[in-house]
Structures are given as C-alpha cells and as structure tokens.
Ligand binder design. Structure first.
Ligand code: SF4
Ligand code: SF4
Length: 306
C-alpha cells in the first residue's frame, strides 16, 4: 500500500457521526467540497463549490454591525438585517468570526488527513461492533481525488470499512486508484437519456455510464442509487431503463430509490442561490412502491431510501 501523507489537506464541508445511512452499520460521513454536477434538486448545495463559502442566516441577525466593521471589502449591510454583496465577498471569514448570533457562518474548512482521522477514530468501537465505518460523500468526493485517495488509504491503514457515495463523474484513472480501497460504492445513476440528464444535471451521462461499468468490474460491493425526482425521472419507463442498465452490471444486485425531498431548501437561501424546486412536492409513497416493483422486476433487491 502507498504511504499515507498525514499532513495532506482537503476542503471538508462537514463530518457527521453516527449515521445509519450511506453504507452498512454505524458510519461517519465525511462530506468533501466540490462537485462537477449541478443537479437541480441537490440537497447539499453548500458542497458544490470547491472553496469556503459564507452562509447568511438573516433571521439570526441582531443588527449589531460588528461584521460590517471587519469586512475588508465593504460587502456587508446590516440594516434592517444583514445582507452580503456576493460579487464583492472574498470569503475571508472575518465577518463570521465576529458574528456572535449565528447569522454568518463559513462552510468549508481545510483539514489535514490526521485531523480527520482523529475525529473518525472516536467511533472506532462503533464501527467494529456494527460492521460500520467511514463513508466519503460530497459534493463529489472524487473532485478532490488526491485527497480522497489519501484519506481512504489512511482509513484502510486503520483497518476501517470504507464506502463512497459518488456520481462517477470523474477521470477513470482516479477510479482505478480508489476502487481497491473501497468496500462499498454507492453509485448514483440519475437518467439514461443524455439530453434529459444534461438539462437537469448540467453534464452528460456518458462518462458516468462508462464509469459505472468500470466500477462494477472491480470487486467492491456496488449499490445503485437513484434520486427519484418528479418531472425528471419518476415515470415507470425512466426507472425501468435505469433498472435494466443496473441489472446488466456485473455483480450488481441492489438498487435504492431515493425520493426527492426539499430538506436542503434553506441552504439555498443561506447561499443567496435560487432553488428552482421550491414548488415541487416529494413523490407519493404509492408511486414509490410502484417504482419499487418495477425495479424488482429486473431481479434487483430494491430499497426505498438510503
Ligand atoms: S455581526 Fe451578526 S448579528 Fe451583528 S449585524 Fe452582523 S450578521 Fe447581524
Ligand atoms: S467573508 Fe469576508 S469578504 Fe465576505 S462578507 Fe464576510 S468579511 Fe466580507
């Protein structure tokens, strides 16, 4: 195994402990920043940009003006509530350090591999007892491919179970390096038609589908995950096309249908970004059950939810 570079740093959006999703057992999820896709329904918009970002929760602002005093580029007004000129903001974080009310926070922190591992290590006993481990998520965790590779090496150095939640929109050579370090791959397939994929995801699906074949050939357990988004891919025909593709992948026997939800909506507001799905409701349970039967018809085990 290649040497772990313990001081290697990556940009982390969040670390969530005690997750029962995104892989077997009790897991710690490391959310890395950066994503090459722009899915219309994304529930983690704060992970899309590779660098740190200011998040503004206007309702928490008490209009004290401390943030405006420290902003080096004059990007802040605080009457009647805080607003930030995003075109001027240089994401220095000075305002969030000054704000005591929680109105201004920075998302994205540069962390070393050893810092992250020291957090992961706290739950080592839970991983062992539950068959759990570490899941790299994002964004697209392979956007920071060298860092993700190094972190996975560190996890394997500790003997931990590893999983990744990936869009597979990455250089195939990156996959060849990371796959031997992974026990489980949670692989998103969103749509089989390229034009519709491009319209809702802002990238072609061809690299993803090629990489899906590559991933399936390499031995890790692969679970296909499909976000079910009304108006995008929730018809029987569209889900059947994905299930048919998944069933042909060598060794793949499981597909999860993840119903669209709006839990990330507030984060768009905090980032001053438009959320185009705000009027969309989640798919009804009955519809999800019908889609489950469609998937099962292709011989796959199908779970609703992650
Ligand atoms: S420091 Fe915080 S509470 Fe005070 S004006 Fe700025 S955002 Fe509002
Ligand atoms: S992050 Fe820096 S540049 Fe941006 S608003 Fe805050 S203090 Fe100003």
């Amino acid at each position: 195994m290649n040497e772990v570079i313990w001081e290697a740093k990556g940009m982390v959006s969040d670390i969530q402990r005690f997750s029962l999703h995104d892989g077997p057992g009790i897991r710690t999820i490391v959310f890395l920043k950066g994503c090459p896709l722009r899915c219309t329904w994304c529930s983690n918009p704060e992970t899309q940009a590779p660098g740190t970002q200011l998040m503004v929760q206007e309702d928490n602002c008490v209009s004290c003006g401390r943030c405006a005093k420290v902003c080096p580029v004059g990007a802040i007004s605080y009457q009647p509530k805080v607003t930030v000129n995003r075109l001027s903001c240089v994401s220095c974080g000075l305002c969030s350090a000054e704000c005591g009310s929680g109105a201004l926070t920075m998302n994205g922190k540069e962390m070393s591999t050893s810092e992250i591992v020291s957090i992961l290590r706290k739950d080592e006993a839970y991983y062992r007892r539950s068959g759990g481990g570490i899941t790299l998520s994002g964004g697209e965790p392979l956007y920071q491919s060298d860092f993700a590779l190094n972190l996975l090496r560190a996890c394997k150095d500790k003997g931990w179970n590893t999983a990744i939640e990936t869009t597979a929109f990455c250089n195939p050579a990156v996959l060849d390096n990371v796959l031997p370090l992974l026990d489980t791959v949670l692989l998103d397939i969103k749509h089989m038609e390229d034009s519709k994929h491009y319209a809702y995801v802002k990238q072609s699906n061809s690299l993803i589908l090629e990489n899906a074949q590559r991933i399936a050939r390499q031995g890790a357990k692969v679970i296909i995950r499909v976000p079910v988004v009304p108006g995008f891919n929730d018809s029987i025909r569209e889900i059947a096309a994905i299930a048919s593709f998944a069933a042909e992948l060598p060794g793949v026997g499981e597909l999860h249908l993840l119903p669209f939800h709006r839990l990330g909506e507030n984060k768009y507001t905090y980032l001053d970004t438009e959320y185009s799905m705000k009027h969309q409701t989640p798919p009804p349970n009955q519809e999800m059950e019908s889609l489950r039967h469609v998937v099962e018809g292709y011989g796959l085990y199908c779970q609703i939810g992650g």
